[in-house]
Design a protein around this ligand. Structure first.
Ligand SMILES: Cc1cc2nc3c(=O)[nH]c(=O)nc-3n(C[C@H](O)[C@H](O)[C@H](O)COP(=O)(O)O)c2cc1C
Length: 413
């Protein structure tokens, strides 16, 4: 019989840091920064709500390591200490109630939309599928010195994050962004030491990990979010992913979060996930069961958890150490506390559909609709569970076009 105790138990990471319970908030991009990518008080408000909501580990939405390479307008970027004061305020808000507050660091590579990137970069000059042509420009291939520069950018950002008072960092190695592009034999067709064999394709992430570790010491949690697979023909496979998890484990990674998919195949949102898998609630549990016996590092599985029962069963199976929640905590920032006290049994999260095929196929609506709820929480309002996906989509389209324009203007000045 499952019990709430499994969710309430603290977890000690290999670096010695203790997470107060087994519920983790996975990264959700907030798009709440200024047009020149500086953090705002809205972020402080939002993370204060999550810290007070009982979740043990809260991971921020992706923060970019290069202001000129954004995943979307409104991303925070960290290149140096210019925003240390505001970052510290954000970290303090997020660390209330003994919450672990970690920053997710990212470089989007080719998944940087036209409104913010005329010329995105990637391991190889391979564009996204044709249906993405109107949203993304074709990338240029990174040079060796660009690659070295990006690795250092991750390390610099991690040092700033630590100085600001965040309690850990996470490398975004999933969902088709730059690290995940390097790992994929489809997106990475380089002939140098950064492409080819799995060892070469994994060199980029291993170097980022080493560079970050040099900056933050062995006592500071360093994590990665990694795809269990890309679910694409010629992409990063499940067995390759497991081998990379082993490499990261041996290198000393403190926590590995398992997800899957990318913009072209958005499994992370539950899209295309088999009915038999969905019946088990979490999308990537089978993978976790297989990898658990191969590595020592702590694991977090994210995607699909909706009931207290499902979360407890996942923990009690021993396949994962933390259950990761995204959308449920965008609708109810205090859901963890209510689950832990036994007053909530499940999340009301349902798929969001606009009825526009292209939009629904790309699972774009999921991010857009939930980002809108994050904005409401940040402004002190209640999330709106029945807000029309269609209206939210058009509102966000206008807003992000406007924000993209402002970002371009700020850059030009
Ligand atoms: C609004 C929104 C923004 C997201 N941004 C990120 C992000 O910045 N980094 C990331 O790794 N995943 C991101 N994700 C994916 C979530 O972390 C998570 O993997 C996914 O939503 C599946 O978990 P869930 O079923 O509990 O929502 C985002 C998801 C949503 C809904």
């Amino acid at each position: 019989m499952s019990s709430l105790e499994s969710l309430a138990q603290p977890l000690t990471l290999r670096c010695g840091v203790v997470i107060k319970n087994r519920i983790g908030k996975s990264a959700m991009s907030e798009a709440l920064a200024t047009p020149d990518n500086r953090p705002t008080a809205l972020l402080t408000n939002l993370y204060s709500a999550w810290a007070k909501g009982g979740t043990g580990l809260v991971i921020t939405g992706n923060i970019m390591v290069d202001r000129l390479a954004l995943g979307e307008p409104g991303n925070v970027a960290i290149e140096d200490e210019r925003d240390l004061a505001m970052l510290s305020q954000w970290a303090r808000a997020g660390a209330q109630e003994g919450t672990q507050i970690w920053v997710q660091l990212n470089h989007p590579g080719k998944q940087s939309p036209k409104m913010v990137s005329k010329q995105p970069v990637a391991p190889s000059a391979i564009p996204l599928q044709k249906r993405f042509e109107s949203f993304f420009n074709a990338p240029r291939e990174l040079t060796e010195s660009d690659i070295e520069d990006i690795i250092q950018r991750f390390a610099t950002a991690a040092a700033v994050v630590k100085k600001a008072g965040f309690t850990g960092v996470q490398i975004h190695g999933a969902h088709g962004y730059l690290v995940s592009q390097f790992l994929s034999p489809h997106h990475n067709q380089r002939k140098d030491k950064w492409g080819g064999s799995l060892e070469n394709r994994a060199r980029f992430v291993m170097e980022i990990y080493k560079a970050i570790r040099e900056q933050v010491s062995d006592q500071f949690p360093v994590s990665i979010k990694l795809n269990s697979a890309d679910f694409q023909r010629g992409g990063f496979t499940e067995e390759e992913s497991m081998q990379v998890v082993e490499m990261l484990d041996q290198a000393g990674m403190d926590l590995i979060e398992i997800s899957g998919g990318n913009y072209e195949s958005p499994e992370m949102t539950g899209k295309n996930v088999k009915a038999s898998t969905k019946a088990r609630e979490a999308y990537f549990m089978e993978y976790a069961e297989k990898i658990r016996s191969r590595v020592k590092t702590s694991l977090m599985v994210t995607g699909g958890f909706r009931t207290a029962q499902g979360m407890m069963e996942a923990l009690e199976s021993g396949a994962t150490d933390i259950v990761g929640l995204g959308r449920p905590l965008a609708l109810e920032p205090d859901l963890s506390a209510r689950i832990l006290s036994g007053t909530a049994k499940s999340s009301p999260v349902k798929p969001k559909i606009t009825g526009i095929k292209t939009v629904d196929d790309m699972a774009m609506m999921e991010t857009v609709w939930y980002a809108r709820q994050l904005e409401r929480i940040a402004k002190g309002k209640q999330p709106k569970i029945d807000e029309s996906p269609f209206l939210v989509f058009f509102r966000q389209l206008l807003m992000s076009g406007f924000k993209g324009f402002k970002t371009q203007r700020v850059r030009a000045n």
